[in-house]
Design a protein around this ligand. Structure first.
Ligand code: ADP
Length: 370
């Protein structure tokens, strides 16, 4: 029987292999699909043909002298028996792709990027959903706090008014005009307090509508500040505190809405008083800046931590210590201030050192409309 090398013509083998590969879309001219092939002889246990050349001289049982770098073909990617009709196939055709890893990687690359992208989208959706849920949860907690606070804020004056009116109608008091006067005053005070609470809630409702319009007129900030300071000094002085003004602005006139600008100053003074547990020392300073007036409301109160400073202008936000000190509030004052300053094309900034005090700096431009 003819030996394997006699039965295989290297030229034909080369042609057949290339044709078959091309039929299957494997173009050996493309460096990616470069391949080596060879015929392994089962009888001689060596490669006898490689890449279209006989590599074994076949004589004298000498060891094979490879003319090519054959090592790879001993570890082929694919091998099939040749002349497989024979009882014992005399050898096998082996094929080796040196760039196999690259081919696999390049085909995997697209899938892998797709998968990574998909995973990233899913993860970011998940993260987004989580943040929305947490934000909603926080908002809902804040709203519950707000409702609790509001109920509390209304309950106290209602109870006081009820007590005072009960007392007035008692014969003992009725006969004493001084006492009647005193209780009537209490009723008036409490009524005023409730009114200011309603005013605050209304301020916020107004902001929610977003279509509020400013009634712009020429305002003298110094006059507004003086009036607001006068308003609060009674309360502050009762606690042995002081309210000072350092009105340095030589041009204190700005364009603005009187009600809202007055509310802004009142809110800041109110907070300066509320969040100063010991004798409050409140200072209002004004100065002219390049295109307007800067108003600083400074206190020596509890101060605001860095973390809280980021959130105090959010609606319903209250620093937890605010509750700890049993200071009443809705968490609306500063968000109103911020919204109003934006509407006036100005700004509000806070500087604070916990335990030492806070300064709220307002900047009003001379003109709202440029
Ligand atoms: P409220 O006073 O009704 O709680 P605000 O919106 O006016 O709501 O203020 C938000 C939070 O900012 C307050 O709960 C308080 O903790 C903090 N804060 C505001 N002003 C001051 C201040 N001058 N000193 C210390 N903390 C302040």
């Amino acid at each position: 029987m003819r030996s394997l090398e006699e039965r295989i013509k290297v030229g034909d083998l080369d042609l057949i292999i290339r044709q078959e590969f091309e039929k299957r879309g494997i173009n050996p001219k493309n460096s990616k699909f470069k391949f080596h092939y060879g015929i392994w002889s089962n009888e001689k246990n060596v490669m006898i043909i490689e890449d279209g050349h006989y590599v074994y001289d076949g004589f004298d049982n000498k060891p094979p002298v490879p003319t090519y770098n054959t090592s790879s073909l001993y570890n082929p990617d694919n091998s099939v028996p040749v002349f497989h009709n024979a009882k014992v196939p005399p050898g096998e055709l082996r094929v080796y792709f040196p760039n196999r890893t690259n081919i696999i990687l390049s085909s995997l690359w697209k899938n892998a990027t797709g998968t990574a992208l998909f995973a990233a989208i899913i993860l970011s959706c998940f993260a987004y959903t989580l943040t929305v849920i947490f934000r909603q949860k926080k908002l809902s907690e804040m709203k519950t706090d707000f409702i609790n606070n509001m109920t509390h804020e209304f309950k106290t004056p209602i109870a006081t008014i009820s007590l005072a009116s009960d007392s007035i109608v008692s014969p003992m008091i009725l006969s004493n005009p001084e006492k009647v006067q005193r209780f009537a005053n209490i009723i008036k005070q409490e009524n005023k307090r409730m009114n200011s609470q309603v005013e605050k809630v209304l301020q916020m409702a107004l902001l929610d509508k977003r279509d509020f319009s400013l009634k712009l007129t020429e305002l003298n900030l110094h006059e507004i500040i003086q009036a607001a300071v006068e308003n609060i000094s009674l309360r502050v002085e009762k606690r042995d505190g002081v309210v000072k003004t350092i009105l340095n602005a030589s041009r204190p006139s700005i364009e603005g809405d009187l009600t809202h600008v007055a509310n802004v100053i009142n809110n800041l003074l109110d907070n300066a008083d509320k969040y100063s547990p010991d004798k409050p020392e409140i200072t209002v300073i004004t100065r002219n800046i390049s295109n307007g007036v800067e108003v600083t409301v400074q206190d020596n109160g509890i101060g605001i931590s860095k973390e809280a400073r980021k959130q105090i202008f959010d609606k319903f936000y209250r620093v937890p210590t605010g509750n700890l000190h049993d200071v009443k509030g809705f968490g609306l004052g500063l968000s109103y201030v911020k919204a109003m300053m934006t509407a006036h094309k100005g700004s509000v900034e806070v500087k604070s050192e916990p335990g030492k005090g806070s300064s709220f700096v307002l900047t009003f431009p001379f003109q709202v409309e440029a």
